[in-house]
Design a protein around this ligand. Structure first.
Ligand SMILES: *Cc1c(COP(=O)(O)O)cnc(C)c1O
Length: 418
């Protein structure tokens, strides 16, 4: 095969003038990425947190291959199919409470857009006007499309330049102290009549900087939303499917949101798929003799059968293999391995939750230089902002995990030496 043309791709989050050229990947297997030049990298990120079972899992590949023979895709308007029916039923059974109504889409951002739209339309369907805004939390990240951008952190987030073009939402700090609980309560009391919903990432704000909060904080968010009569949207796109040590992060707080978003690891990293899941009460608000009360959304590739087959196979693996125990074991190893960095000059914090390990720098180092040091050590680790983190496949072997941890310890030590 001829090498790919160099100048036609516009790359994600990339300054195309100055960025180092991307590495050509030709193969993946388990927790490894093989490059065109023959190098093999241990993956510390599981491809943006998607490849929970490692790459190329034979069970998922077989399920997708079988579905490819039968029916790669069919439109979802007026038609249905077994992979989607089974997946929706399985998600409903796994999710807490009566989160029973599953709306499929093809990316996390769109799952968030659908959740926001559901919340807006639910008030309209109940005949309540004026509830057009959302309460979101500082430090949050919910996606890259316009509606999702509007609920991302407005000051520190990657979308701050778009502020003027976005709907203005209400931002609060997570209620991590008595003062902040009171502030959130007061803000909700003042704004409740203009708000359609509260949106939160449970237990860890991922792309906003891997900031973690205890389950009690999430429980407080849920309690206050309910006290002010507001639906709660929980964005489990990063946290879902074992990443925080439980299948879903909201389990740890014992809460049942009104709407919940899933994507990232939903198909085990194989295909693009997302889901917005609603409770019975939310769903009931859309039942009417008026056609205009229907949820007005419908992606062309909604419930793509290949993606649903991959997701069903991924759920099989969560049932038959000890993924949550693996996540916990990874967490213990990350905590022990990263601990020596705690208190080092230049290191602000070390934090671990489930299979997420984070080193937080005091000042942002030269990230391009840091990235190349990781490559020299044969690992795929992508620091951003003031953090470097590990979120490996839950199936990663101990030697590979140790290699990732050793690389982080070595690189952070080198970078903070001066
Ligand atoms: C990645 C992510 C999204 C956006 O998902 P995409 O598939 O990239 O659109 C939204 N919310 C959270 C919490 C995420 O981690």
């Amino acid at each position: 095969m001829t090498p790919p043309p160099k100048n036609h791709l516009w790359r994600p989050y990339t300054q195309m003038k100055t960025a180092a050229p991307p590495l050509a990947a030709v193969r993946t297997d388990g927790a490894r990425i093989v490059l065109a030049d023959g190098r093999e990298l241990v993956d510390g990120i599981a491809s943006w947190w998607t490849a929970a079972h490692g790459y190329n899992h034979p069970h998922i590949r077989a399920a997708v291959a079988a579905q490819l023979e039968a029916m790669p895709h069919v439109m979802f308007g007026g038609l249905t199919h077994a992979p989607a029916e089974a997946l929706a039923a399985r998600l409903a059974a796994l999710l807490p409470g009566d989160l029973d109504h599953v709306f499929f889409s093809d990316s996390g951002s769109v799952a968030v857009e659908v959740a926001l739209k559901m919340a807006l339309q639910l008030w309209l369907n109940r005949g309540v006007a004026g509830r057009t805004r959302f309460l979101a939390f500082r430090g949050g990240y919910h996606g890259d499309t316009l509606g999702a951008m509007s609920v991302c952190d407005p000051e520190e987030g990657m979308h701050r330049r778009f502020g003027a073009a976005l709907p203005t939402q209400v931002f609060c700090d997570l209620p991590t102290s008595p003062d902040r609980v009171a502030a959130l309560d007061a803000c909700l009391a003042e704004q409740a009549k203009t708000l359609a919903a509260v949106i939160v990432e449970p237990l860890v704000q991922g792309a906003g900087g891997m900031r973690m909060h205890p389950p009690a904080v999430l429980a407080t968010v849920a309690r206050l939303a309910k006290a002010h009569g507001l639906p709660l949207i929980v964005d489990e796109i990063f946290t879902g499917f074992g990443r925080t040590g439980t299948l879903f992060a909201c389990e740890q707080a014992g809460i049942v949101p009104d709407i919940l978003c899933l994507s990232k690891a939903l198909t085990g990293g194989t295909m693009a798929l997302a889901a917005t899941v609603a409770t019975g009460a939310v769903f009931a608000s859309f039942l009417s003799d008026d056609p205009a009360a229907a949820l007005m959304h419908g992606p062309t590739f909604m419930a793509n059968p290949l993606a649903c087959a991959a997701a069903n196979a991924s759920l099989d693996l969560f049932e038959t293999e000890p993924r949550l125990a693996q996540a916990q074991a990874i967490g213990e190893r990350l905590a022990a391995g990263l601990e020596p960095l705690r208190g080092r000059p230049g290191v602000a914090d070390i934090r671990v939750l489930g299979a997420i390990g984070v080193v937080h720098w005091e000042t942002v180092p030269n990230l391009a230089a840091v990235k190349s040091r990781f490559l020299e050590r044969g690992v795929w680790v992508r620091p951003f902002g003031d953090i470097v983190y590990l979120t490996p496949a839950l199936t990663i072997t101990e030697p590979d995990l140790d290699r990732l941890i050793a690389a982080v310890v070595a690189v952070v030590t080198e970078v903070t030496r001066r």
